[in-house]
Design a binder for this molecule. Structure first.
Ligand SMILES: [Zn+2]
Length: 257
């Protein structure tokens, strides 16, 4: 497998980025005796039928089951100081373009890349294992208009890499909200306050203490993630981690030294 090790790694690589790449390497080469179970056969066959291309440089990728090469992965705008939230990237090129390609042009290849990165970053941070991933829900009208929920697509791929379930039913967006980007921080909190509810069956089906992760595409002030996790945490014994692909906030914007 020397061919996968041929690309030199930058010497100043942030240890979390290195752990992220190591995890992707290990996970993509997992054999049948390992936990979690190997990546699904259909997913792996997809890469045989349609060989991957790096979404950033168009080169042949040297990371298995990923449309991204090692060099471009290392050059992504990672956050410098990981927080308790699992947010690996800054909303900067080429991440912003990738998120827009997913959201407005349904480019699933970016959902696959972001899902893999989110899964690997959670492992690099060493967060508690989660039993399932809950995508940030869209209001029914918004979802119908777009045809899909981008957070759900990202969560599906993250779950596939982690070997856990995706729960698309338990959390509901009870009312439509204005786009957060058009509002001040205080207005953002008001905008999403009480916007989320639990599906009635969830409260009764939930029996054991467990940890799950709420997955969003972009984190702005964190108000949406906070409001949604508050709805989930109304269930006793439930711990909710907040995950998002990229943060737009300037507090997280320093590049790895
Ligand atoms: Zn590349």
């Amino acid at each position: 497998m020397t061919m996968f090790l041929a690309t030199p790694r930058p010497v100043n690589l942030n240890p979390f980025i290195e752990s992220t790449i190591d995890w992707l390497d290990r996970r993509s080469g997992a054999d049948h005796n390992e936990v979690p179970a190997p990546l699904p056969l259909l997913f792996r066959w997809g890469f045989r039928l349609w060989p991957a291309r790096c979404l950033v440089c168009s080169g042949a990728p040297d990371l298995r089951y990923l449309d991204l090469c090692r060099r471009c992965l290392c050059a992504l705008p990672f956050v410098v100081s990981p927080t308790t939230e699992v947010v690996p990237l800054r909303y900067a090129p080429p991440v912003d373009a990738g998120l827009r390609a997913l959201k407005f042009h349904a480019d699933w290849r970016w959902a696959a890349v972001f899902g893999a990165l989110l899964a690997a970053w959670s492992q690099a941070l060493g967060v508690a294992p989660v039993s399932s991933l809950i995508p940030m829900p869209l209001h029914t009208a918004r979802r119908a208009e777009r045809g899909f929920n981008q957070a759900e697509q990202i969560a599906k791929f993250a779950a596939l890499w982690l070997g856990v379930a995706v729960d698309q039913r338990s959390l509901i967006r009870a009312r439509s909200t204005r786009p957060q980007t058009s509002l001040s921080a205080a207005r953002r909190r008001d905008n999403v306050q009480g916007a989320f509810e639990l599906h009635p069956s969830y409260r009764t089906s939930f029996v054991q203490p467990t940890s799950l992760a709420l997955v969003d595409d972009v984190r702005t002030t964190g108000a949406t993630l906070a409001a949604a996790s508050a709805a989930l945490e109304s269930v006793p014994g439930l711990t909710v981690q907040r995950w998002a692909v990229a943060s737009t906030m300037p507090t997280n914007t320093t590049s790895p030294a």
